[in-house]
Design a protein around this ligand. Structure first.
Ligand code: SF4
Length: 65
């Protein structure tokens, strides 16, 4: 069985810029606190778009573990 990866947003680091939401709205939304939240389980098929969101985060707040 393939190892499940999980997308994590570090809310201490997130500055609420919304870049990840613009890039991958399936995966991220801005919560009531104005910070990004993960709304979908990671699917390896989406690795390009998730990678883009990770690379595009100016605060380095998103990780895939
Ligand atoms: Fe937060 Fe990074 Fe998403 Fe911007 S791109 S909202 S800093 S997690």
């Amino acid at each position: 069985m393939a190892e499940e990866k999980k997308i994590l947003v570090d809310k201490e680091k997130c500055i609420g810029c919304g870049s990840c939401v613009d890039i991958a709205e399936e995966y991220f939304t801005l919560g009531d606190d104005g910070k990004s939240e993960v709304i979908k389980d990671y699917d390896e098929a989406d690795k390009d778009i998730v990678g883009e969101a990770i690379d595009g985060c100016p605060a380095d707040a998103i990780t895939l573990e």
